[in-house]
Design a protein. Sequence first.
Lengths: 342, 342
Amino acid sequence: MSLMLQEIHEQPDALERTIVAEREKVTRIGDFIRQSDIDLIVLVARGSSDNASLFGRYLLEVTTGIPVSLSAPSVFTLYGAKLRLKRALVIGVSQSGEGTDINLVLDRAKEAGAFTLAITNEPESTMAKIAHEALVIHAGREKSVAATKTYTGQMLYFYMLASAIGDMRLDFHRIPELARGALGLEDEVKAHVERYAFMDQCVVVGRGMNYGNSYELALKLMETCYVVAERFSSADFFHGPLAIVERRFPVIMFGPTGVTRQSNLELLGRLSELHADSLAITNDAEIAKQSSRSLLVPGEMDEFLTPIPFIVPAQLFAAHLSAAKGIDPDAPRSLAKVTKTL
Amino acid sequence: MSLMLQEIHEQPDALERTIVAEREKVTRIGDFIRQSDIDLIVLVARGSSDNASLFGRYLLEVTTGIPVSLSAPSVFTLYGAKLRLKRALVIGVSQSGEGTDINLVLDRAKEAGAFTLAITNEPESTMAKIAHEALVIHAGREKSVAATKTYTGQMLYFYMLASAIGDMRLDFHRIPELARGALGLEDEVKAHVERYAFMDQCVVVGRGMNYGNSYELALKLMETCYVVAERFSSADFFHGPLAIVERRFPVIMFGPTGVTRQSNLELLGRLSELHADSLAITNDAEIAKQSSRSLLVPGEMDEFLTPIPFIVPAQLFAAHLSAAKGIDPDAPRSLAKVTKTL
């Protein structure tokens, strides 16, 4: 079994460990933030961590009402800008905690008077030391080049933070069990994968809480399957990119119940007119019915809880497609685990 | 000649008209913002306008020090969130000014106490009426489905605003002339295009001030040439996506002189090792030399002034490639000019 597959399977336990070990600490940090005059949250990340942050952006804005900005590190690292961040919460997100540019942004943010947090898998990392508080993911060392358990670990922290800062009740303690249920789709995923063995390009769409997942699955398909995978919000997809869709063009959709359902159904209708090939990862019977193929994620969950259970079959899809294409997902060509950028 | 090509050629004059007609107004708005307690700028847009905003984000953060957030409209339209925007400047960017979701976000922002601006081609549009102040692009009605002159018109307004709010001297009055010079590359572009007639996928990269351009060229290639065109910052491209690059894979780079030069040269070196096919749009002799092919944009300009002159040959490339592929760029399959999203 590849390291990637092993680590995908470790996720329910890893998520559980983080909740048990860190819940009190996050509540304490949340109380501090609630009592502060913070009116901006800035998320700083690259790669899969940036995709987790894209999810965090939606969740934090919707649940706390505090505007969120996804940082452009080069504004600090290359252009040397000094931003007004006195009333900002700046959160660095990095598996290794050694991204040079991310750490430089955190340093600058501290100088500017921001309160800083680090979400990382490595408690002894540079990032954990720079930030005022470090939130450690209890997933164990991630050995596969393709991030899986750290991605969901980062997402979990956004749930915990959102619950601690905002007033919305998020049942995140149910997520490990829902993720376990999603792992039960593995045989079904394997059966689907055979059909996509020769796919060389596709589009992945998701919206709102599942927008980050569309970026993450596209990245996994690029790095472990060498598929040219585009990623869009289902809304933006109508602005131009739809023109690339021709007969049998593969589109993978994260399509939960909830507020994005209607626009996803409209997109599926349009894709069906264009004779595209759609695969939905969903918990909604109608979305499953309107797509060419679907993976129905088990368990009762509202839209806010879907992102982690939905990425699990997507990770399995990438790992098994990689194998079906004769690629080793743990050793993608041209890549290294830690990327140093300035 | 296609409407798209006509409108590409109208750009230098359109840019000049906007500067002459609106410079004073923007200076007045800038003075107002400088004296206010605004500590956040939110940009709201979709499609090409969103790509212009991606440029605006870098320019405004670097020149004014005010953090910028690119709005996720569904946070307001689908999730009904109320964000803390009392000290925010919220800028809607839309060619037609009739994007339902963009207008809803502006409405909500006004209710929340934000100061709102509209950047639009249509002075009588809904958006122009909602915003506290409307900044009108003097480009004439845009008839082609593919936005060109409104994209550069929107970018120009970010230069004018940045100059009026921040302290950095930006020689934006030179941009119309530089754009005119870039149009002189048309014959060279045509000669290059023949080689790409059968390209069906590619990657477009740019960084910092030219990051938005990479999104915009990719969008143009998708909508007018049906090419599956990925877009990345040259920095993110090393985080996973590089794995899709194989021998002869086409990569188009916006590679100016200035602070992004070094990382772009490193990427070109890596692409050369992978035997990829690179085409650089550049004003730097070394970047031109290190890429497989290049379009050398004429005229003296520092990095901050490159985005508009650089997108011009890119627009020409898309328009002529569309023709070479036997497509009508004014009538892309599956698309309409105004997209209503909620």
